[in-house]
Design a protein around this ligand. Structure first.
Ligand SMILES: [Zn+2]
Length: 286
């Protein structure tokens, strides 16, 4: 008899997991978000294989104040990129040290990751993670990146670039470099949050240079497709050849001032990308 209770619990858990994986794995595609939130903890804890078995979708992340912060950031990010606000869900419980941008058009931010980012990099780190994930939505929507590599590197570096752009924009986070760099170092140190977890995502030094390039481009108001064009035009010059092409021509569709400005930063970008500028020195750039 003494084994009866655990046995019942095990069966119960199995039923919950089965029913959840059949019906409720996708809060948006099932048009079932409300139900999912209401019943997630008690009835249905299974989200999908990217999250812990007992993780569940809740309506807040950490507390109401942080929920309001990240929700308002999500609206602002969409505003900067001129898109509709991306639906944002919160994964709670254990196994939620993650943030995932889904191809079907929504983002799930995990509470454990949020807490880690907040504790080590502050709110600006949480905003960067969210902007990186929205960056993937921009890629889904616009069939980006235009650069194709055999690994996920170009996709991930561009998402870091979008995050840097958002952090700089006056109508975005509007952060100084002194505020942005230490927070980005934290974000880069905990890796990448894409749903495609396989493959190479860029070295930490490459990721720092991508974030920096995006931040510098944030001095200019660019459409999503211009951002992609500019980002890879300059990225190609310092990431791929290993040496700068001093005669890098300005294409017709790149703004003259922007071109001059980025050219003046190319040697710095190359040195960030190669690791000659350390993580600590990166934080001291102007
Ligand atoms: Zn990513």
């Amino acid at each position: 008899m003494k084994n009866l209770k655990p046995f019942i619990l095990a069966i119960t858990a199995l039923i919950f997991i089965t029913s959840c994986s059949d019906n409720d794995t996708n809060p948006v595609e099932n048009q079932n978000a409300k139900l999912f939130e209401t019943h997630s903890h008690e009835v249905c804890s299974y989200i999908d294989s990217y999250w812990g078995a007992n993780a569940y979708i809740g309506s807040t992340i950490l507390n109401q104040s942080e929920t309001n912060f990240i929700t308002s950031q999500n609206v602002k990010i969409a505003d900067v990129f001129n898109i509709n606000t991306i639906p944002l869900y919160f994964a709670k419980g254990s196994g939620t040290a993650n943030a995932i941008s889904y191809g079907s058009g929504y983002i799930i931010f995990g509470e454990e990751l949020y807490n880690m980012a907040l504790g080590q990099g502050g709110r600006i780190s949480c905003a960067m993670v969210q902007a990186h994930e929205v960056g993937h939505q921009l890629q889904y929507q616009n069939n980006l990146p235009t650069r194709s590599e055999s690994t996920a590197r170009a996709t991930e570096l561009e998402a870091d670039g979008f995050a840097g752009y958002y952090i700089k924009r006056p109508n975005g986070y509007n952060a100084t470099w002194t505020q942005a760099a230490p927070a980005y170092n934290f974000a880069a140190s905990i890796g990448d949050y894409n749903t495609t977890s396989s493959g190479h995502h860029g070295t930490p030094a490459q990721r720092r240079s991508a974030f920096r390039l995006g931040y510098l481009l944030g001095d200019y108001n660019l459409s999503v497709s211009s951002f992609d064009y500019n980002f890879f035009y300059y990225y190609d010059n310092y990431v791929l050849p290993g040496a700068l092409r001093q005669d890098l021509k300005k294409p017709d569709d790149i703004d003259e001032d922007l071109h001059k400005f980025i050219l003046s930063k190319m040697e710095e970008l190359r040195r960030i990308n190669s690791g000659e500028i350390s993580k600590e020195e990166f934080e001291k750039l102007q």
